[in-house]
Design a protein around this ligand. Structure first.
Ligand code: ADP
Ligand code: MG
Length: 419
């Protein structure tokens, strides 16, 4: 396929005139039938990397994804691009016999280009037997970090994928995709999928427009937050708290102080959650005070600040959550309150878990401590954690954190933190 044909296909299926970041190289690698590994931050455009080759190639691409809601969204989006409804299907346990029959006949007839499956459905004998006889273009494993205990979302079912793929077909190219950039997780993915030979494409995780700031958490944290929010009145922001109770309290405190805030956590009924989320998206309120239940799939480009009332349990979580600020490339202030007491609290939460999990949790927390207490560039620390070299050049966000703007001696930072 020539470049002209490739760009024509991009335009035809997605309406885009150009690729984003590393997409073109990834697409070419997959079109060439290679095992391929893609590491790009959330929003980087990973879906297109496998969707376009799937639409171009003969046969059906199988896409493994952990969330049914995500799969349904993608299938709906693909169907809206085509006049052929069978172009994409989801195969899962909620389908009745007639529906499964339709999926199977669309695949056999070469109509279906993308078949989304949850990993637990892929273990069903009936499906494996059926897929063995079909033309499969490649297997794409989305959210591939689910394979690793070092990832933030370990799913044991992901561990069996390699052997299932082998049963479906011996030479099916395997594509792994993730937004988790730590070298350990990457190693796990390549090993577990058996694709150490994969062409690897890793995008930069630098977010030059985000400003990172860590402040010591004292008894006056409420006043500190109120002051910050008042200074930024009218701007959209998210405030993350560890507990539902704290979410409720802080939302109320802000309201009492005349600030437009709503709470969001999994303890609220679905109707209230949707209502509060909409109020935030439509800017009826400026602030959502939330647990980490808030944010997955929320695409508000002009979130101007993310505050962490409590420090997260890993650098990955911190990066994901702060990453919801400044999606439009504009200002994004990331302010976290840190106290060693909160680290001890997080350690305590883990104490009921299996030993192996505790050890991993502890190691991840130690990185958070090092990050919070460091006197070097926060951005450099984060990027180094993700295996990326950073030289603090201006224009790349080199001076966009508290340590670079207001350098202080190491022991000062530490003393303040333990107060
Ligand atoms: P990821 O899975 O990496 O988080 P998505 O695949 O969900 O990212 O894509 C994020 C957004 O980028 C989507 O809204 C998508 O339409 C958009 N996008 C992807 N590729 C392109 C492109 N080549 N040009 C413009 N927008 C794109
Ligand atoms: Mg994705």
């Amino acid at each position: 396929m020539t470049d002209t044909e490739l760009y024509a296909a991009l335009k035809h299926y997605f309406g885009f005139s150009s690729f984003k970041g590393l997409q073109e190289d990834v697409v070419k690698s997959i079109l060439g039938g290679n095992n391929t590994f893609v590491i790009m931050p959330t929003g980087g455009g990973k879906s297109l990397c496998y969707q376009l080759p799937a639409l171009i190639k003969d046969g059906t691409a199988i896409v493994v994804s952990p969330l049914i809601a995500l799969m349904k969204n993608q299938v709906d989006a693909l169907r809206s691009l085509s006049s052929e409804e069978g172009i994409a299907h989801v195969l899962n346990s909620s389908l009745n016999k007639t529906e499964v029959k339709k999926v199977k006949s669309d695949i056999s007839n070469g109509i279906t280009k993308l078949l989304y499956v949850a990993p637990e459905s892929l273990t069903k004998e009936e499906y494996v037997d059926f897929l063995q006889g079909q033309t499969i273009s490649f297997m794409a494993i989305d959210e591939a970090h689910c394979i690793s205990e070092w990832g933030h979302d370990f799913r044991p079912e992901y561990r069996n994928l390699r052997s299932i793929i082998e049963r479906i077909g011996a030479n099916i190219p395997i594509i792994g995709l993730t937004a988790t950039a730590t070298p350990k997780v990457q190693e796990d993915i390549l090993k577990n999928l058996g694709i150490q030979d994969a062409n690897t494409f890793k995008a930069s995780f630098n977010r030059p427009n985000l400003y990172y700031e860590i402040r010591p958490k004292t008894k006056n944290v409420d006043a500190d937050i109120i002051r910050f929010v008042k200074k930024n009145e009218g701007k959209s922001g998210i405030i993350y708290c560890l507990s539902r109770k704290r979410v409720e309290e802080l939302a109320q405190t802000l309201q009492v102080n005349g600030l437009k805030a709503v709470p969001y956590h999994a303890g609220l009924d679905a109707k209230t959650r949707v209502k509060h989320q909409d109020m935030f998206l439509k800017e009826d309120v400026d602030i959502v005070v939330a647990t980490i239940a808030f944010g997955m799939g929320i695409d508000k480009p002009d979130v101007r600040f993310v505050i962490h009332n409590d420090i997260p349990k890993s650098i990955e979580s911190y990066y994901q959550e702060t990453g919801r600020a400044g999606r439009d490339g504009g200002e994004g202030h990331c302010l976290a309150f840190y106290s060693y007491k909160d680290i001890e609290k997080l350690e305590k939460f883990m104490s009921g878990k299996p030993v192996a999990e505790q050890e991993i949790g502890h190691a991840l927390l130690q990185e958070v401590v090092a990050f919070a207490e460091t006197s070097v560039s926060r951005r450099k620390f984060i990027l180094h954690y993700f295996g990326e070299k950073f030289d603090n050049k201006t224009g790349e966000g080199g001076d966009m954190d508290d340590n670079m703007r207001y350098p202080k001696k190491k022991h000062e930072a530490k003393d303040e933190a333990v107060k």
